[in-house]
Ligand binder design. Structure first.
Ligand code: GUN
Ligand code: ZN
Length: 446
């Protein structure tokens, strides 16, 4: 169970600490991170006030300060998930379908229930509990088409003090009537949600046309208009996930040069635009994503589970036209809320293509890398004075198999991280802090 915010704010946490200062240039890039084997973190008003070796900072502790001490725990910035669907908590683990059938058979059925505000409130609580149990402290979230689902989600996020990005899905065609809005209603409802939530406490809005198949030209146009009206909101959608989807986009938008070109024509590309999947892109599409500073969200558990394809990390990051990328779960197409499980599957997807994913790169991506992809590195993604104290404590000895494996690592940090990402899941998340308050604490029973 996630704990409700405690009444006394935590002011000091002690343990081993890892935080990235830049993108690792392959394995063993020691300059890319800061590691302290006995760190003390002082927290004030939800932010990191100071961080350093415990031996140096202990003298700054006010008398009587309670220090939450994790002698073996590894303190990291909270994980960031750049693509996840809040109304799909009961779609996860749905059998035997590829994308378009999976949407019809499972997803569109489950999302209709979010018309009910009570259902959405309960859903928001269990969804956020699950994120925190898994060490995810910020996420980029699709709501259902109903604005009340996004109200419920943001209200719960405000209550917990989390920094979240979310938006109401826009769909005005090729979906059940109960899940359809119109270009005008989509505009009006999204605008009202932006006015209500964007910039409130730590919440940010993402304009959310589901994907090109479920939005008419008119609706994609109003999505572009919203980005014009509110230049600091995000855009999230899906792009080039499945071959049948791509063929359908070609049929629906005969005038477009490519799938990416559909979004481009409506002004939807840019540095605050996050495109889920990006699996089957042409060179010209990659070029446009690169030039526009758009972000691709790599969702390995989803891509394997729905059978969509293999994300080509090396191709996307080609230095001649690098595309900014991020790592995400895509629950409920994705099969785990855990960024650790997601890293493990990302590693396997790259192995299948003769590429690799060093543990340093995986942990960088799930923390600072994803924060940079969202333009939020000044607030989250690293543990430095002034940053939000959104933190997790990981335990590489969480299970008997992990403890057994750890006996051989001889204090090697990168090997410990690799064991964590290969064998770890929510059991390896001992604690999650939001703005310095512990909101999840794993006990033997939880
Ligand atoms: N494409 C359009 N909608 C969805 C969705 O909900 N999940 C995934 N994985 N792909 C989509
Ligand atoms: Zn998705």
């Amino acid at each position: 169970m996630a704990e409700r915010p405690s009444s006394t704010p935590v002011t000091a946490i002690r343990g081993r600490l890892l935080s990235f200062v830049g993108s690792p240039n392959g394995a063993h890039d020691h300059a890319s991170y800061r590691y302290l084997d006995d760190a003390l973190l002082l927290i004030e008003d939800g932010r990191v006030k100071a961080v350093g070796p415990a031996a140096e900072l202990a003298c700054r502790l006010a008398p009587g300060t309670v220090v939450e001490h994790y002698p073996d725990g590894l303190i990291l910035p909270g994980f960031i998930d750049t693509h996840i669907h809040f109304p799909q908590t009961r779609v996860i683990a749905s059998y035997g379908a590829q994308l378009l059938e999976w949407l019809e058979k499972y997803t569109f059925v489950a999302e209709q229930k979010y018309a009910d505000a009570g259902h959405a409130e309960i859903g928001a609580r269990s969804f956020l509990d699950e994120l925190l149990r898994n060490g995810t402290t910020t996420a980029v979230v699709y709501g259902s088409v109903h604005p009340q689902s996004v109200d419920a989600f943001f209200a719960e996020s405000v209550r917990r003090g989390t920094a979240m990005i979310a938006g109401k899905t826009m769909m005005d065609r090729n979906a059940p009537t109960a899940l359809r809005d119109t270009a005008n209603a989509g505009y009006r409802d999204s605008k009202a949600l932006i006015e209500r939530w964007h910039g409130k406490s730590r919440q940010r809005y993402a304009v959310t046309p589901r994907f090109a198949i479920t939005s008419s030209d008119a609706q994609l146009q109003v999505a572009g208009a919203l980005l014009n009206d509110y230049p600091d909101v995000y855009l999230q959608t899906h792009l080039s996930e499945n071959l049948a989807e791509i063929a359908e986009v070609r049929r629906l938008f005969p005038w477009a040069k490519s799938y990416t070109d559909v979004y481009d024509r409506f002004g939807l590309l840019g540095p605050r635009s996050i495109f889920g999947h990006c699996l089957h892109l042409s060179e010209a599409e990659l070029q446009r994503l690169s030039e526009s500073g758009s972000v691709a969200a790599f969702c390995p558990t989803s891509n394997l589970f729905i059978g969509s394809g293999l994300f080509d990390w090396a191709k996307l990051t080609d230095p001649r036209r690098p595309v900014r990328l991020s790592l995400a779960t895509d629950v409920g197409g994705g099969t785990s809320y855990s960024l650790l499980r997601t890293m493990a599957e990302a590693y396997k997807v790259l192995q299948l293509q003769g590429q690799s994913l060093p543990a340093l790169t995986a942990f960088y991506q799930a923390t600072r890398g994803n924060a940079e992809a969202l333009g939020m590195a000044g607030e989250i993604g690293s543990i430095e004075a002034g940053r939000a104290a959104d933190l997790i404590v990981l335990d590489a000895r969480a299970t008997p198999a992990m403890r057994h494996r750890l006996e051989t690592i001889d204090g090697d940090l990168e090997e410990e991280l690799f064991v964590l990402m290969t064998l770890g899941d929510d059991r390896a998340v001992r604690a999650t802090y939001i703005q310095g308050r512990r909101q999840h604490h794993r006990t033997e029973e939880s």
